[in-house]
Write a protein that binds this ligand. Structure first.
Ligand code: MG
Ligand code: MG
Length: 278
């Protein structure tokens, strides 16, 4: 029988992960701020890579199974793993920026969706804004579940519940890509599904850290990989959103490692007060 070994971190190791998460959060702030019509995805990669280098962090995406950049930039029907390059961003684009970095050997991983424009002035599609808002809400519902869950399966149940309880057109939950444990490597056990699998999953213990990352689409959930061997797109061309945070559990509670405030503002709506690792 396959047995996945979950890495349990000491408080000191979680503090390194918190440092990596804080740098990543600020690097994503800078990268999101630079995202605008006329800017290339390659220029965004430069903003990110120069930021983390200045802060003494190493990229963990670069050369990961041969990936050629420090962030993934996935636009519109591109779901994940888009390679930054010469693509020029346009008004109304739905851009997913996924990045990570390493401090003292400890990893962080986080992603955001950026909509270039606003439906308020007609420069973005309100259905894209809804897609991103619901995906972000699903992430925080998953994090809130992780804060109090006994088993990792409860995270996917909460994510699915958040999505299926929304009024309006149904959104698809991607099944081909899932969240993961994180720590001394970027991708570790356990898998963190974005839907109910009908199984409890791994027991949650203090010292556990996971990256929770729901990916939703406005159409069908089938995906394919482009000829660059990386970029994942929806088969039907429908637009997608991804939001991701790295989160840990410890003796005193939960802490969102890649949020500026440990997740306090967003988790307040769920009645949860996060605590930093001691
Ligand atoms: Mg990521
Ligand atoms: Mg991830």
């Amino acid at each position: 029988m396959f047995r996945s070994r979950v890495e349990l971190k000491t408080p000191e190791q979680l503090r390194h992960m918190d440092a990596a998460g804080s740098i990543l959060c600020e690097a994503l702030d800078a990268t999101v701020a630079a995202a605008a019509p006329g800017v290339t995805t390659g220029e965004l990669n430069d903003v990110f890579s120069e930021f983390i280098a200045r802060r003494g962090a190493k990229p963990n995406f670069l050369n990961y199974h041969g990936f050629p950049a420090c962030i993934c930039t996935s636009v519109n029907e591109e779901v994940v793993h888009g390679i930054p390059g010469g693509r020029v961003l346009e008004q109304g684009d739905v851009l997913k920026i996924d990045g990570g970095c390493i401090i003292a050997g400890w990893h962080s991983d986080s992603a955001r969706t950026v909509i270039l424009g606003s439906s308020a002035d007609g420069t973005a599609d309100p259905a894209d804004e809804r897609l991103s808002e619901i995906t972000k809400g699903a992430l925080w519902a998953g994090i809130a579940a992780f804060a109090e869950a006994k088993h990792i399966g409860e995270v996917g149940e909460a994510i699915e519940e958040h999505i299926t309880s929304q009024k309006g057109p149904a959104l698809g939950i991607l099944e081909d890509y899932v969240g993961h444990g994180i720590g001394s490597a970027m991708h570790m056990a356990p898998d963190v599904f974005n839907y109910s699998t009908g199984m409890k999953g791994t027991k949650i213990k203090p010292g556990m850290a996971v990256a929770i990352e729901p990916m939703l689409v406005r159409g069908g959930i089938d995906t394919k990989v482009l000829d660059d061997d990386w970029t994942v797109v929806t088969t039907d061309g429908s637009r997608s959103s991804q939001w991701e945070h790295s989160v840990c559990r410890h003796e005193d509670g939960v802490w969102v490692l890649t949020a500026p405030d440990g997740g306090a503002a967003e988790l307040a709506a769920h009645g949860i007060t996060p605590a930093p690792p001691a």
